[in-house]
Design a protein around this ligand. Structure first.
Ligand SMILES: [Ca+2]
Ligand SMILES: [Ca+2]
Ligand SMILES: [Ca+2]
Length: 206
């Protein structure tokens, strides 16, 4: 049986306004978990409408499957820059938190997932909304594929080896960068998109 619960957004650290997130799950059968986030038009420039970011987590063939849907209104692939991209940061150094900053920002080795199905390494998570990447061309991504529908926006399909990650914490940090968007200047710094950080409930997927 599906259970729909509206969960107070207490575990989020995003500085921007968002409405809430919903957790849609099936009780006790290890089925996918979906978290839905939204931002009003006044708190993002990705779209002139409400921006939705829906994240679905599932374990498939010993891998962590993440499907991210975001209703950006304009495709931007690689073209002299990185275009639009999704950044996923997991606690890969097993210290129970997402590491940021020039000194420790690569400790958790962020994944940069470009709209053009490419990626680039290494990456530093500088702060909540910004990454530093090397000046080199992106390469085909072994982690994800990305599709764009003009009506509904992006769907990122991500697959990561749980064995390699060996996660002891399920905190996750997500940035969506819309390279077409005008920069916003929230207190956390400048940004072309939005970010969230939350726990996705890894144990409940197993
Ligand atoms: Ca846009
Ligand atoms: Ca875009
Ligand atoms: Ca960490």
């Amino acid at each position: 049986m599906h259970v729909l619960a509206l969960v107070p957004a207490l575990c989020l650290v995003t500085s921007l306004c968002f409405v809430a997130y919903m957790h849609l799950s099936s009780a006790g059968d290890h089925s996918p978990k979906t978290f839905s986030f939204s931002w009003g038009p006044e708190s993002q420039n990705v779209t002139s409408e409400i921006l939705y970011l829906n994240m679905t987590f599932e374990i498939v063939d010993e891998k962590l499957s993440i499907i991210a849907r975001v209703n950006d209104n304009d495709f931007n692939g690689y073209g002299g820059s990185f275009g639009d991209w999704l950044c996923i940061v997991l606690d890969r150094n097993h210290n129970g938190k997402i590491d940021r900053g020039w000194e420790h920002g690569d400790d958790d080795k962020p994944y940069i997932l470009c709209a053009s199905n490419s990626t680039v390494e290494p990456v530093i998570l500088i702060d909540d909304v910004n990454c530093s990447v090397p000046k080199k061309l992106p390469v085909p991504s072994p982690y994800h594929t990305c599709n764009f529908d003009p009506q509904t926006g992006y769907t990122f399909n991500v697959s990561l080896s749980l064995q390699k990650l060996a996660l002891t914490s399920d905190v996750i940090h997500i940035i969506f960068c819309d390279s077409d968007a005008q920069i916003l200047y929230p207190p956390a710094g400048y940004m072309h998109g939005v970010y969230v950080e939350f726990s996705f409930g890894l144990d409940e997927l197993k």
